[in-house]
Ligand binder design. Structure first.
Ligand code: ADP
Ligand code: ZN
Ligand code: ZN
Length: 839
């Protein structure tokens, strides 16, 4: 312990602990900038925290910082302030918000191997042992014991419980490399790669003859050779064999065949360097030289006019209207002015095509972040951003915290996407909304792009809080597809069904096969709560109070509302038409695949399914899409995954297998989400002006207003349906008129959870001008990972409490009382501000 003195500086350190305000520690060494990470003692533990500022204290006993982890701040000042605001808005501790902004990936459980780099071997251990004894000890051990070492072994040898933070900073300094068990299992660090043989590269004449020959006799080898030739021509580094084979949809024996013929040769590459290799079979035109349409030009001009001010734009453009090209121009301009750019996308793994388009323009200054990066990759990325090499970051929601300096434009593509919301762990933030907070701090424009804006954003544009930029027509002169509604009720009655597929849809698919065109079959499957649907009229019972579908609980034979707790016995007959044909909603992709195979038997059609089951393998998604782009697949069956970003001219038919599935979700956003999905998936058809697209929507409720207005084709998204939807939201105080907040209690003992929920129910005022609140209910998943759950739903009225400040005060003081007096040790309480509707 140090005693208070004028000479010892104090710092506030934010720790990743729930409900903890920053704590004060002392440090006598060099001045610490905010954003630097440190190890500090708390009780008997040592924790990693982030310095958030200098502190003044009159306490006489302040514990010292144990070790400083960074040379430069990990978190730039703007991001530090951003995390403070995130913590305030989403009701979590500053340290928890900072955790979201930091590179994660190394958990104590993940087995990691460490190895010295050349720099590590020659590092100045003496100097390090003075400023960072823990790191020095670790490095010293590695110097003494050459070869990869397991982290668990090191921890034992060094007598500490966790060396995660030391490892992270040493990797960032380039002194060691780290690999997880899984990465090691993926094979050695050096991989076998393939490239055009020098013989083939030097003889164009012979190569041409070979192509002609291979085209006839071995088309797969020809495909591969063409790829290698292009790669050689563009001076791109060789690709690892397995990666290349997966990308082209060939087996490695095809590669070996080419090598045997002397056309290709093996080389070795470093595995980590392959991460940066990007070449693409998607990019077809040079987008740098496109002439913008008048609408696009106007959008770019407006954004440029606001380049040094915080302005939020809604880029409201139909699918294929050239939004991405507008982003590209805005980014180009921003980079040319010496600023950096940030672009959020729903989940980059799902949009390789999009990423390739940016690399084609901005090359090595593009940094891609995604959720499947290894720790080493994350740390490399962090360094490349901080060194200024990466100036455009593209990534999912967490990229909103990227340590870019001097951001000049922020883009949120597909801003309506639910995946921008983080449900767990804390902070439960929405990447889009945090992007807007960041724009405010960076004083730069924020562009929210979508063909189907969220109703929140839609309303903000209507109220002129955001500036709306409209792109009303497709960029490439292609027409929006025609829409045809298939009435499943009558198809079923007249026996015109092939399982889940109507005869109409099947013959449309066959027609596509004849014309050598492709079909996407789309299944709207989200959420886990099933409704009870009438087979004859498509009706699903709703909660009388909440305007969401009641969820069917099979075992209890009951229907329940997850928002307010309303409950009734399950129906035996439909309340609308009296039919007794009631069925639990939910058809899987597998079932549809079986039906398609049966219906198209003997046609030779290549049928593939894309869902979370089939896409588990790394790279599988990209490989499948590239095969689709290369015309190797005739029918692609999939869930939401296929709805986004695909731009394949050969697709001229979209079949929506059961559109109602999404409508009857226990979610106040069900209508909005269904409208969005239908428009998005329809946007995948007819991307080629010469071949108009057709969308077939199979529904049991063709009279639903959503299908009544030629929704998909006729820029539906401005339809009456959504106006009506907004009116209903207003009436029931759902977003955008209210903040939808969920307080959750969970724990291993149901009685304790129930008790905690009741206590909170008493501590939170039932009636208050700032909210409408319901009592505790059991959510659709009553028990998750062995924890029982209860929730309390709150609708915070934005009209009476515009900033949400009153609501936060009520919540904070109730939680404070709870923890001070009633807390049950086994129960965890979480608060989700702006929660999803599916709970
Ligand atoms: P969105 O992002 O709105 O779906 P994209 O930017 O992907 O639209 O554009 C759709 C297609 O139209 C792309 O292939 C793109 O290269 C092309 N495109 C965009 N703008 C133009 C333009 N001004 N002229 C010609 N083609 C364009
Ligand atoms: Zn009915
Ligand atoms: Zn209800």
């Amino acid at each position: 312990m140090l005693s208070d003195s004028d000479h010892i500086p104090f710092y506030d350190v934010a720790l990743p602990i729930p409900r903890s305000a920053p704590l004060t520690y002392a440090w006598e060494g060099t001045e610490l900038q905010p954003g630097i990470r440190v190890l500090v003692p708390l009780g008997s533990r040592i924790l990693t925290g982030t310095v958030v500022g200098r502190a003044a204290t009159d306490r006489s006993q302040v514990r010292p910082i144990e070790e400083v982890l960074d040379v430069q701040p990990s978190i730039p000042p703007v991001v530090l302030e951003l995390t403070r605001r995130v913590a305030e808005y989403y009701l979590c501790s500053w340290g928890e918000a900072l955790d979201a902004a930091l590179i994660s990936g190394l958990t104590p459980q993940s087995v990691v191997y460490l190895e010295l780099t050349a720099e590590g071997l020659s590092a100045d251990l003496d100097a390090m042992s003075r400023s960072a004894p823990r790191r020095a000890a670790l490095l010293d051990y590695l110097v003494q014991h050459p070869g990869p070492q397991r982290v668990s072994h090191l921890q034992q040898k060094l007598g500490t419980t966790s060396i995660a933070q030391q490892v992270e900073s040493l990797v960032r300094m380039g002194l060691i490399t780290a690999e997880t068990e899984i990465e090691r299992q993926r094979g050695p660090r050096r991989l076998r790669a393939v490239q055009l043989s020098s013989a083939a590269a030097n003889d164009d004449e012979a190569l041409r003859a070979t192509f002609d020959d291979l085209d006839r006799r071995a088309p797969k080898q020809s495909l591969l050779l063409g790829h290698l030739y292009l790669q050689h021509h563009r001076k791109e580094p060789p690709q690892p064999a397995t990666q290349l084979a997966a990308q082209l949809g060939v087996t490695t024996s095809v590669l070996e065949g080419l090598v045997a013929k002397g056309l290709a040769e093996w080389v070795e590459v470093e595995r980590s360097s392959t991460q940066r290799v990007t070449r693409s079979s998607f990019t077809t035109r040079d987008e740098r030289t496109l002439t913008l349409s008048a609408e696009q030009q106007r959008a770019v001009d407006r954004i440029t006019a606001c380049e040094d001010t915080f302005t939020v734009f809604l880029l409201d453009g139909v699918t294929g209207s050239g939004k991405t090209v507008v982003y590209q121009r805005a980014i180009e301009r921003c980079l040319n002015r010496g600023r950096t750019a940030l672009m959020l996308v729903p989940e980059i793994a799902l949009t390789p095509q999009l990423y390739d388009r940016f690399v084609a323009l901005f090359g090595a200054s593009v940094g891609l972040m995604h959720s499947r990066m290894s720790m080493q990759e994350r740390l490399d990325m962090w360094n490349r951003i901080q060194s200024g090499e990466v100036r455009l970051v593209i990534g999912p929601r967490s990229a909103v915290f990227a340590p870019l300096l001097n951001v000049g434009v922020i883009i949120v593509d597909e801003e309506h996407e639910p995946s921008y919301k983080q449900d767990d762990p804390s902070p439960r933030y929405n990447g889009r909304d945090v992007a807007i907070m960041r724009g405010q701090l960076e004083k730069c424009p924020v562009i929210l792009g979508s063909a189907t804006p969220s109703l929140e954003t839609y309303a903000n544009a209507d109220d002129h809080r955001y500036e709306r930029l409209v792109l009303a027509s497709r960029a490439d002169q292609a027409e929006l597809p025609a829409v045809h509604i298939v009435d499943l009720r009558s198809a079923r009655k007249s026996g015109h069904m092939h399982g889940t597929l109507s005869a109409e849809l099947v013959s449309a698919m066959k027609l596509r096969l004849d014309r050598n065109e492709a079909t996407i079959l789309f299944l709207n499957r989200r959420g886990y709560a099933n409704a009870l649907l009438c087979d004859d009229c498509g009706h699903a019972p709703e909660c009388p109070h909440c305007s969401v579908a009641l969820t069917y609980h099979k075992t209890a034979s009951a229907l329940a509302c997850h928002y307010c707790g309303y409950r009734q016995p399950a129906l035996t007959a439909c309340t609308t038409c009296g039919s007794t044909e009631l069925r639990e909603s939910g058809t899987g992709t597998q079932r549809v695949e079986e039906d398609v195979r049966k219906a198209l038997e003997g046609t030779g059609a290549v049928i593939e399914r894309m869902d979370t089951d089939t896409m588990k393998r790394r790279g599988a998604h990209r490989a499948l899409l590239e095969r689709f782009a290369n015309n190797e697949i005739d029918v692609l069956i999939g869930t939401q995954m296929v709805a986004k970003g695909l731009d394949i001219p050969r697709v001229t038919l979209i079949g929506v297998v059961h559109a109602d599935q999404g409508l009857h979700q226990a979610d106040f956003r069900a209508v909005e989400r269904t409208a969005q999905l239908l428009v998005q998936v329809s946007g995948r058809a007819g991307r080629d002006a010469a071949r108009p697209g057709l969308v077939m929507i199979q529904t049991s409720t063709p009279e639903h207003p959503l299908y009544q207005e030629q929704l998909v084709a006729d820029h539906p998204y401005r339809s009456e349906t959504l106006t009506a939807e907004l009116a209903s939201r207003k009436h029931l105080l759902y977003p955008p008129f209210g903040r939808f907040i969920v307080v959750e209690c969970s724990g291993p003992m149901e009685a304790d959870v129930e008790h905690a929920a009741r206590v909170l129910d008493r501590l939170l005022p039932a009636d208050h001008p700032s909210w409408v609140r319901y009592g505790p209910t059991t959510p659709s998943i009553a028990r998750l990972r062995n924890r029982y759950r209860r929730i309390i739903v709150i609708k915070n009225n934005k009209a009476s409490d515009p900033t949400g400040g009153q609501c936060r005060t009520l919540l904070t003081s109730a939680l404070h009382m709870y923890y001070a007096t009633y807390a049950v040790r086994t129960v965890r309480i979480t608060v989700d501000i702006d929660a999803n509707g599916t709970i």
